[in-house]
Design a protein around this ligand. Structure first.
Ligand code: ADP
Ligand code: TRP
Length: 336
């Protein structure tokens, strides 16, 4: 059985929340524990600076995201865990791929098109007003992240599927142009799990300010759970599980039996306050250990730095070898 390379990156903007945990962190850690997989997990800080222009936030978030992964059980000795900016070969490959990637492909990227659309809606004369090259070329950088390590599987959110299609396109074009099968064509892996909802019932997202931070204190977690939107139904009145954000969040943490018991409690008219206590206890049980580890880790940034440096050493050795082959393929080689 040949092992599969699983690779994913996390952009270092903001503090991870329950949605990131359920949708990305938890499944990636489970996948990395599968002995058939070789996992590459990295902090995408060069992606972070595309949208976030606050240096302190980028820096703090790098610490928070790294500590979150480690606190959630990432085994840095098994997984190759590194920070994008520690692997300069990625940026070199980014340029080489830029020379292969069709401009028209980038014109079709969702993030760029959304920015153009935004300008049109604001009646801006220049459709490219305020759009920077980082945003425009971001799918090429993502391709470089993936292709430098020849990943097979890339777990991502739905919004990233297009970037995987673009990566395949760029890889194919390179292989064809230089008549070498240098790049494997990676596939996106998208979790079937429902998107976790936030305090206001919309998708939980940093952009909506409706998140429950993953490792906030127990007290704050309780307060956040109490803020989850419900309806005006009184205790004793049967409640619907269908449109219940509270029920959806509970489902992401409870086992099927517990979910069935909660569904029955809804039918029997459980009071919202009571249901919230159960939901809080459930989430808190799963996160308590990680929260403690997170606090310990963030208090020792040097320890995280050392872990990332060790990861970078491992990753770089491989990236350098790959880049050598790629440079050679395009004719950048020593004179002899
Ligand atoms: P945000 O929307 O808060 O900015 P990101 O876009 O940084 O989150 O997402 C990082 C990862 O977490 C992605 O893999 C994304 O699919 C996942 N994710 C984000 N929000 C949710 C959610 N509400 N439910 C499930 N997964 C989520
Ligand atoms: N763009 C991804 C996101 O916003 C993060 C990311 C950067 C990534 N490089 C990657 C994901 C490479 C997978 C593979 O979620």
């Amino acid at each position: 059985m040949s092992s599969k390379r699983v690779l994913t990156g996390v952009t270092t903007t903001g503090t991870p929340h329950l949605g990131n945990y359920v949708g990305a962190i938890r499944p990636a850690i489970i996948a990395s524990q599968n002995p058939e997989n070789e996992a590459y997990l990295f902090l995408a800080n060069y992606h972070g600076i595309i949208k976030c222009h606050d240096p302190e936030q980028i820096h703090q978030s790098t610490l928070a995201v790294a500590a979150t992964w480690l606190a959630c059980g990432l085994d840095y000795e098994k997984v190759t865990f590194y920070r994008q900016s520690d692997i300069p070969e990625i940026l070199e490959l980014n340029w080489i791929l830029s020379c292969v990637c069709a401009k028209g492909l980038m014109n079709r990227a969702h993030a760029y098109k959304a920015a153009v659309q935004d300008n049109a809606e604001r009646n801006e004369e220049d459709p490219d007003h305020g759009i920077e090259m980082g945003l425009y070329c971001y799918p090429i950088l993502m391709s470089a992240d993936i292709l430098i390590f020849n990943a097979d599987l890339v777990p991502v959110g739905r919004d990233q599927i297009q970037h995987l299609e673009m990566t395949r396109d760029i890889a194919q074009r390179f292989n064809h142009r230089f008549q070498k099968e240098l790049f494997r064509l990676p596939s996106a892996v998208v979790s079937d799990d429902a998107v976790l909802l936030g305090l206001d019932g919309r998708k939980m997202s940093k952009s909506y300010g409706n998140t429950i931070p993953l490792f906030e204190s127990e007290k704050k977690l309780q307060k956040s759970v109490n803020k989850i939107i419900t309806n005006m139904k009184e205790p004793g009145e049967p409640k619907d599980t269908e449109d219940s954000t509270l029920f959806e969040i509970y489902k992401a943490f409870a086992n099927p039996e517990e979910v069935a018991t909660m569904a029955q409690a809804y039918k029997d008219g459980i009071a919202w306050g009571e249901a919230k206590k159960i939901v809080f206890a459930k989430i808190n049980r799963e996160l308590a250990e990680g929260r403690e580890k997170f606090a310990e880790l963030t208090a020792k940034p040097q320890q995280i730095e050392d872990i990332l440096q060790a990861g970078a050493q491992k990753a770089r050795k491989e990236a350098q070898e790959r880049l050598q082959q790629i440079r050679d393929a395009v004719g950048i080689r020593p004179l002899r």
